[in-house]
Design a protein around this ligand. Structure first.
Ligand code: CUK
Ligand code: CUA
Length: 630
């Protein structure tokens, strides 16, 4: 608290000295009487975040689970963890990765690295249909359906790509997920070239993944080949920047070794400004070459799809404001956030005088398109917006969030952009991303900010060396930011999305009427068991508190196929089906049918039982798998 006061006090003093007035209202400690009244009405931090037993949160918070490969769901403002949605890694708790369908989705991979969740949008606003996430490790993306909070599709590995970090950025009407590759490799994939030939033989890629407007089904649309620049963070345009997407690169030096030093030589790296509508049109016009089955655009041959824009040293974040005109990009090694004016960007695109060139691609003149460099503080990364004309930038090195005012700026502010920095709050510690609900839409919610901190440094009961991740909740409704809560998660949230809870009505059971699974059985008497040479098939009904059949007989070496239906149509009555000694646990939600195929490769009698406590007689819900000698 002291730190903030003295920081504001010194800025106020500076402002007074320069202008003769004390107008630095944003840092005013006393605030106007209106502000005082509203912060009194808000109550204490505890009251503002308290959600009483039986009451529900106002928002969903979808955290990326980082290298856990999962998505964590919490309620906001309570920050209570609600559920983990398994995406790229098996989860015995929900049976994900055990039944045939989810096993097939996971393929040969057992993990992923989820960084950036992106909610689907209609007309630039969240529509509550899907949540998309990226896998930085294995070049995949996934679609989670918000009707049932389940992973429905994993697309990938995406061809011609390595290290899908710069995604999943969703366009205004969910036309595309846009993806930039963090790593570069020799193309086509699998070709060898020595790492020393990095600058000439390696390539990065920007991909447009098409989203089916009805089903949400993802497919690879087109790609734009780039130098090996390490595309890192991105966002999509709206309003004047509609049809555009933006990525930062942290290695315009094209270094291939000791990146810490060698990728930090130039004062400016490049951002990629991509006209994805132009890319889409170019592919339609046959201006792309096929590479591994994907139309790939060479931007040197197809003008108008890609422009480079110099930005602050070693950037890690580029974010478009709700109006779509202002684009904030930050360089970790430069204590300012650069604000680009997209109207000036367009003017520079239209005037060759304001362009240089790199490998046949125009480089826009920095000075012509920049509105200003806001001195936010040390180690700026990501920026979010509250929809009230303010921006919030995470400061990794300073362990703080800076609140600053978006343009248009007054002459006094332009003369000294320090005046646009309105407030700063310390976070614990080393913040990466931050999120405000709806920041990437036309109308952010503007009430809560969640800071996702990289180090928690023991601000919690000790759990040994493997420490949890810390997130802090900040109230941004007043002029000054207020820290009101902190919570901890498994590793490792990078980014998050916040969705108003009333935007979605998730189902609580799978309606029997909707089931079109030919293997579903809806009563114990309909359950079937058949054996043909080498194969046992059972259609199993699970209902409180029995399995039918409760004896399944196989001969060693048989393939066993079980289709298990949870007959229940009652909320929260979930059954499990685990076979002792067979490393198998299927979880079936009410009204759901899941299939599992395995080899009966061990002779003996193996109990199976329900793993999810479902009734007073849950413990009795068991049976036997007999595996006879051949
Ligand atoms: S990232 Cu982790 S803090 Cu992968 Cu967007 Cu910035
Ligand atoms: Cu079914 Cu426990």
């Amino acid at each position: 608290m002291k730190m903030k006061t003295s920081y504001c006090a010194s800025l106020t003093l500076l402002a007074s000295l320069l202008t003769g007035t004390a107008f630095f209202a944003g840092c005013s400690d006393s605030g106007s009487s209106a502000t005082q009244a509203s912060s009194q009405n808000k109550g204490s931090a505890a009251e503002r975040t308290y959600v009483a037993p039986g009451e529900k949160d106002e928002y969903y918070l979808f955290y990326s689970g980082g290298h856990s490969g999962q998505v964590f769901v919490a309620g906001l403002p309570s920050m209570r963890h609600l559920i983990t949605i398994p995406v790229f890694a098996p989860s015995p708790g929900t049976g994900y990765g055990f039944d045939d369908e989810s096993r097939e989705m996971l393929g040969d991979f057992t993990w992923g690295d989820v960084h950036h969740p992106g909610l689907s949008k209609t007309d630039g606003m969240y529509d509550g249909r899907w949540l998309f996430v990226n896998d930085n490790a294995n070049n995949r993306v996934a679609r989670i359906d918000l009707r049932d909070f389940k992973t429905k599709q994993i697309l990938g590995p995406i061809p011609n790509s390595s290290g899908n970090h710069g995604s999943s950025f969703v366009t205004e009407n969910s036309e595309y997920l846009l993806v930039g590759t963090r790593f570069s490799v020799p193309l086509p994939m699998g070709r060898f070239a020595p790492v020393e030939d990095y600058a000439d033989e390696f390539n990065g890629m920007v991909s447009g993944l098409k989203v089916d407007p009805e089903s949400g089904d993802l497919s690879v649309g087109w790609q734009i080949i780039t130098p090996p620049f390490n595309w890192d963070l991105g966002s999509t345009g709206k309003g004047p920047s509609s049809g555009w997407a933006f990525w930062t690169s942290y290695n315009t030096e094209m270094a291939h070794t000791k990146l810490e030093a060698n990728a930090s030589q130039r004062d400016r790296d490049y951002a990629a400004f991509v006209n994805w509508r132009a890319a889409e049109a170019a592919v339609k016009d046959g201006k792309a070459d096929m590479l591994d089955g994907v139309p790939v655009i060479d931007p040197a041959k197809v003008p108008g799809v890609l422009y480079y824009v110099p930005i602050g040293k070693s950037p890690h974040g580029i974010d478009v404001d709700p109006s779509g005109r202002w684009i904030a990009a930050s360089g970790k090694l430069q204590p300012t956030t650069t604000v680009f004016d997209f109207e000036k960007v367009q003017a520079a695109i239209d005037n060759k005088e304001f362009q240089a060139e790199f490998r046949g691609v125009p480089v826009l003149n920095y000075d012509v398109i920049v509105e200003g460099e806001v001195p936010v503080g040390l180690g700026p990364l990501h920026t979010q917006y509250d929809g009230k004309g303010n921006a919030y930038t995470s400061l990794y090195i300073e362990s703080a969030v800076a609140k600053w005012k978006l343009p248009p700026w007054t002459d006094a502010e332009k003369a000294n952009l320090e005046f646009t920095v309105l407030d700063k709050i310390g976070v614990h510690y080393n913040i990466g991303h931050l999120v405000i609900g709806g920041s990437d839409t036309r109308a952010p919610y503007g009430d809560w900010l969640v800071a996702m901190n990289k180090l928690s440094k023991g601000r919690h009961l000790s759990v040994g060396p493997s420490q949890p991740e810390s997130s802090q909740l900040i109230d941004i409704t007043g002029r000054k930011m207020e820290m009101v809560y902190e919570s901890f998660t498994d590793p490792e949230p990078h980014f998050a999305q916040i969705l108003k809870a009333d935007m979605i009505q998730p189902i609580e059971v799978y309606p029997k009427a909707e089931s079109n699974n030919p293997n579903a059985v809806w009563s114990l008497s309909d359950a079937t068991y058949t054996r043909e040479p080498g194969k046992v098939t059972a259609k199993v009904a699970a209902v409180r508190s029995q399995f039918g059949p409760d004896k399944i007989t196989a001969e060693v070496g048989d393939t066993v196929v079980l289709h298990i239906t949870n007959v229940e149509q009652t909320t929260d009555i979930i059954h499990g089906f685990a076979i002792s000694g067979y490393d198998l646990n299927v979880i079936i939600d009410p009204g759901e049918t899941k299939s599992v195929t395995f080899k009966a490769d061990k002779v003996g009698v193996f109990p199976f039982y329900c793993t999810n406590f479902c009734s007073a007689l849950h413990q009795e819900m068991q049976g036997y798998l007999e595996v006879k000698p051949a």
